[in-house]
Design a protein around this ligand. Structure first.
Ligand code: HEM
Length: 484
C-alpha cells in the first residue's frame, strides 16, 4: 500500500499545510525532516495488523513502520500514535516533556513498584529524583566498580569449561548481587535464585496484562486470577526488600553507611519530614527491579551475539588482552576499552531491554507540526527505531565496528535511545554502561562463549525484552588471557 492512500483521521493539520507522503522536508526551524501527518492503515489491512500484533508485538511494530512510515495512527482497537521519527520522539521526551505523563501501561507498573521513581509524576517525582540522584554521582559510581568486578569474578569462579549454561539466569544473578550490594549494602546471593524465579513470574504475568490490553484491565483490587498472581509475586519481592530495610533501620545508629538505602532512610525534605516507610519501600523495589533486569539483558544478548559472531569475540578478546594484559578491569580502563563499548552499544541497538516507551498528552499538544488532543497516546519503540535503515546501514546485522569514530555523534538525536531521554532519562544509565562493560570484560577474559545445539532465542517482550526460555551457551576455556 502506498503511504498516500491511507486515511488521515482527525488530526488537525496546520492551515494550508499539505505535506507529501513519507518524510516531507520542512523549512520551518525545529522540523528539518518533518514526517507526513500520522497515517492510518486502511481498514482492509486491519485484520492483518491486528493478527500480527496478536502473535508478536515486535513484528507488529516493525510491520507498521515499514508499511506506513514513521508516524502511524492505529485502532487496534485502541487509538495510538506510533512514532518512529527521531525529531518527534525528541519533542515528546524532551522539548515538550511537560505536556506528557507516562502512559497507561507504565501506570500499571505501580502494582509492582508502588509510587517509585519509574511511575511517580509531578512535584513528588521531582523531589524523589533529586533525592536519589546523589547515589549516581561520579564519586559513588567509582566506589561501585570493585563490587561489579567482584560479583562477576565470584560467579564465574563456579563456571567450568564445557558446561552449557543459561547465561540469562547467570547474568540476572550477577546484576542482582551488584544492585543489592551497591545500592542496599546487602548480600542477596543466598536468595538470588529464588528471587530470580519470582521476578520471572512477575514479568510473565505483567507481559499478559500490559500493552494493547492495558486499557481493559480491571483495577488492581478486583481479585482476578491475574491480579492475584501479580500481587502474590509482588509481595514476595516486597518481603525481601522490607527485610533489608528493617535490618538497615536496626543498624542505623551504628557506623554511617554510604549506600542508597541509608540515603533514603536518612533523607529529609524541606520541612524536615522523612520519607515514609512506604515511599522508601517503593523506591527500593523500583531500583532493585529497574537496576538489574535491564543490565542482565544487555549482557545476555551481548554474550549471545558474541557467541554467534566469533570474529567479534576474537576482536574483543584482543582488545581486553592488549589493554588489561590479563588483570581485572577497573573504572580507569573503560576509556581505553573502545571495542567493548561498541559491543555493548550494538547489543542494545539490536536488543534494547526497554523495547517500548509511551506517553499520554496532558494537554492539547503539537508534535511534528500537528495538533493532538489531550489524552492522545504516543508509543516510541527503540526496537523499531534502532533497526531503521535510514540511520543504520544493514540494520539487522551485528556490527560493533559501526560505532567506530564519531558515528554516535553523527546520528540524529533519538535515532538511538536505549535509555530514553529528557527529564525522565534512565537515572542509572551511567551505572548500567559501566556495569555492562566491566562484567562483559571479565566474562570474556575468562571464557570463550559458543553456540550449543540447545541455543535458541525466543523473545518475550514484557516490561523488558526477555528471552522466554533463557539463552543456553557453551563455555570453552580461554587459552591466552586467563585473568585468574
Ligand atoms: C542497560 C540497562 C538499562 C536500560 C536499557 C534502562 C532503560 C531505561 C529507560 C528507557 C528508562 C526511561 C523510561 C521512560 O522514559 O518511560 C529508564 C528509567 C529508569 N531507570 Fe533505567 N535502564 C537501565 C538500567 C538502570 C539501572 C542500572 C538503574 C538503577 C540502578 C535504573 C533505574 C531507572 C529508574 C529509577 C528509572 C526512572 C527514572 C525517572 O523516571 O525519573 N535503570 N531506564
Amino acid at each position: 500500500m502506498a503511504v498516500g492512500e491511507a486515511s488521515h483521521g482527525d488530526v488537525q493539520s496546520p492551515a494550508g499545510d499539505v505535506p507529501a507522503p513519507g518524510l516531507a522536508p520542512d523549512s520551518r526551524p525545529g522540523h528539518p525532516a518533518r514526517p507526513a501527518r500520522p497515517v492510518r492503515p486502511p481498514w482492509r489491512d486491519f485484520l492483518r495488523v491486528h493478527r500480527l500484533f496478536g502473535s508478536s508485538v515486535l513484528e507488529g511494530l516493525t510491520f507498521i513502520h515499514r508499511h506506513y512510515g514513521p508516524f502511524v495512527r492505529t485502532r487496534l482497537p485502541l487509538q495510538l500514535y506510533f512514532v518512529a521519527a527521531p525529531a518527534c520522539i525528541e519533542e515528546i521526551l524532551v522539548k515538550k516533556a511537560d505536556s506528557f505523563r507516562k502512559d497507561r501501561t507504565s501506570r500499571l507498573l505501580s502494582r509492582i513498584v508502588g509510587n517509585g521513581l519509574l511511575v511517580n509524576e509531578g512535584d513528588s517525582w521531582r523531589r524523589q529524583r533529586r533525592l536519589l540522584q546523589p547515589a549516581f554521582h561520579n564519586r559513588q559510581l567509582q566506589s561501585y566498580a570493585a563490587v561489579m568486578v567482584g560479583a562477576i569474578e565470584r560467579a564465574s569462579a563456579t563456571w567450568q569449561a564445557g558446561q552449557v549454561r543459561n547465561v540469562h539466569e547467570d547474568m540476572m544473578g550477577v546484576t542482582m548481587n551488584i544492585v543489592a550490594e551497591t545500592l542496599f549494602g546487602a548480600d542477596v546471593s543466598a536468595d538470588a535464585g529464588h528471587l530470580g524465579r519470582i521476578i520471572s513470574d512477575l514479568m510473565e504475568e505483567f507481559g499478559r496484562i500490559m500493552g494493547l490490553t492495558a486499557r481493559f484491565q480491571p483495577p488492581a483490587w478486583v481479585p482476578t486470577p491475574a491480579n492475584r498472581r501479580l500481587r502474590a509475586s509482588a509481595r514476595k519481592v516486597d518481603k525481601v526488600i522490607l527485610n533489608i530495610i528493617e535490618a538497615r533501620r536496626r543498624t542505623q545508629d551504628g557506623p554511617e553507611q554510604d549506600d542508597l538505602l541509608s540515603l533514603l532512610i536518612r533523607a529529609r525534605d524541606e520541612d524536615g519530614g522523612s520519607m515514609t516507610d512506604a515511599q522508601v519501600r517503593d523506591e527500593a523495589v523500583t531500583l532493585f527491579l529497574a537496576g538489574h533486569e535491564t543490565t542482565a539483558l544487555v549482557l545476555t544478548y551481548a554474550l549471545y551475539l558474541l557467541a554467534t559472531h566469533p570474529e567479534c569475540q576474537a576482536r574483543l578478546t584482543d582488545e581486553l588482552g592488549r589493554v588489561l594484559g590479563g588483570r581485572a578491569p577497573g573504572l580507569g580502563d573503560l576509556e581505553s576499552l573502545k571495542y567493548t563499548d561498541a559491543v555493548v552499544l550494538e547489543s542494545m541497538r539490536l536488543y534494547p531491554p526497554a523495547w517500548g516507551m509511551a506517553r499520554e498528552a496532558l494537554t492539547e499538544v503539537e508534535i511534528g507540526g500537528y495538533q493532538f488532543a489531550k489524552g492522545a497516546e504516543f508509543v516510541m519503540s527503540p526496537w523499531v527505531v534502532h533497526r531503521d535503515p535510514t540511520n543504520f546501514a544493514d540494520p539487522e546485522a551485528f556490527k560493533p565496528e559501526r560505532w567506530d569514530g564519531d558515528f554516535a555523534q553523527r546520528l540524529p538525536r533519538f535515532a538511538y535511545f536505549p535509555f530514553g531521554g529528557g527529564p525522565r532519562v534512565c537515572i542509572g544509565n551511567r551505572f548500567a554502561m559501566m556495569e555492562a562493560k566491566l562484567v562483559l570484560a571479565v566474562a570474556i577474559q575468562r571464557f570463550h562463549f559458543e553456540v550449543a545445539p540447545e541455543t535458541e532465542v525466543t523473545l518475550f517482550p514484557s516490561v523488558t525484552l526477555r528471552p522466554r526460555h533463557g539463552i543456553q551457551l557453551r563455555l570453552a576455556a580461554r587459552k591466552s588471557t586467563q585473568s585468574r
